[in-house]
Write a protein that binds this ligand. Structure first.
Ligand code: CP3
Length: 345
């Protein structure tokens, strides 16, 4: 198959694809026995620090599931480490930052990131993967949106209500904008470096953007997401933009320029696509919990999404958020096969 015929690239460009391409956010992870086996010996940050392990974990779901894309194994919070934050992952709780960013001094102390020197393991992983992946399975590189990464940096842990981040935005907007500017440079440089290393698609995860109303989103998040995505606009890679619980923001999110907008599962795919506009592709949007349903019910839920896509060019099948721990691997595989069967030819 020629490189340009990868189903994911065709769909991202709203060209006819041989099948509806499908991949899953968080397709590598604890629901897979082969991932758990590696995690017994290495922490998450150790996995992300070794190109061979990054490569192995990225390839696990490609082998096991037959998906149409590989997503680089890394985390949106990794760039915070070379910036000077003391990041760890606490089992069962998620990310924890020992020295969250709260003051002008904290922001001024954040170091600039040199992707090659500071995040070189990830870039080496991309170079290895580019040689190993078949041409019809493009590698997706990613960064978090400055808003989401910044919210973690200020909160020091899971965003929940993003109260500390919003406190900074409201009480000291100049601090928030200074933080956003630093993150925009670091994340933009890192994304450009990923594309130069061989990522063929990029995704900007602005997972917590849905916590903002449209006015705050436009003031405190959108300009920075747009600036990050503009950095790769001329590099020939489709750009996917995704947020959770963000259907009220879709018309604003399209202003980032992303070619593909991710829809979470609360929005019906046809309504989400209507707010995104017919000149963009969409990605989504099965409820991650549906993967636990008995197979006939799971298939009906897949059918409903495909009906809403109505055979239009430009649909990338995915979940409405990441795969949950405990998801049955055979159900994930069944969805891949079913989407391919239903949409072939
Ligand atoms: O397979 C993939 O999708 C690629 C790798 C990937 C990870 N994190 C690995 C990971 C990607 C794309 C991410 C993105 C990410 N990380 C997001 C955006 C997407 C989303 O889910 O909204 C966010 C918000 C994070 C921050 C983060 N990292 C959280 C909240 C957690 C803890 C929650 C959890 O699922 O455990 C992580 C840890 C993390 N990142 C794991 C993985 C596989 C679990 C790690 C483990 O314990 O092995």
């Amino acid at each position: 198959m020629a490189v340009s015929e990868a189903p994911l690239l065709a769909a991202a460009a709203r060209r006819p694809a041989p099948v509806t391409p499908i991949w899953f956010m968080r397709q590598a992870g604890r629901y897979m026995p082969e991932y758990r086996a590696l995690r017994e010996r290495h922490t998450l940050l150790e996995l992300c620090a070794q190109p061979e392990l990054i490569t192995e974990v990225t390839l696990q779901p490609v082998r096991a599931l037959g998906v149409d894309a590989a997503i680089l194994f890394a985390d949106i919070l990794l760039p915070l480490v070379p910036m000077g934050l003391d990041l760890g992952f606490v089992a069962g709780e998620g990310p924890a930052i020992a020295n969250p960013v709260r003051t002008a001094h904290d922001i001024a102390s954040l170091r600039a990131v040199d992707p090659e020197a500071d995040l070189g393991a990830v870039l080496s992983g991309i170079r290895i993967l580019s040689g190993e992946l078949p041409p019809h399975v493009p590698l997706i590189g990613f960064v978090g949106g400055p808003f989401t990464v910044g919210t973690y940096a200020v909160e020091g842990g899971p965003a929940r209500q993003a109260l500390e981040a919003k406190r900074m935005m409201h009480a000291a907007p100049e601090l928030w904008h200074a933080l956003m500017q630093k993150l925009t440079v670091a994340l933009g440089d890192f994304l450009v470096a990923q594309v130069r290393a061989g990522a063929r698609v990029v995704q900007l995860f602005d997972s917590w953007a849905g916590l903002l109303d449209a006015h705050d989103y436009r003031t405190h998040a959108l300009p920075y997401s747009r600036a990050v995505l503009e950095r790769v606009a001329d590099l020939g890679v489709p750009r996917i933009h995704f947020g959770v619980g963000a259907s009220h923001l879709l018309p604003a999110m399209r202003e980032t320029g992303a070619e593909v907008l991710g829809l979470d599962w609360r929005t019906s795919l046809d309504e989400g696509w209507a707010s995104v506009g017919p000149d963009r592709a969409v990605q989504g949007n099965l409820d991650p919990a549906a993967l636990f349903a008995p197979l006939p019910e799971l298939r009906r839920r897949v059918d409903r999404i495909l009906e809403r896509a109505a055979g239009r060019d430009g649909h990338i099948f995915n979940l409405g958020h990441g795969i949950l721990p405990g998801t049955p691997v055979d159900h994930v595989r069944a969805v891949v096969d079913y989407v391919h069967e239903r949409t072939a030819g």
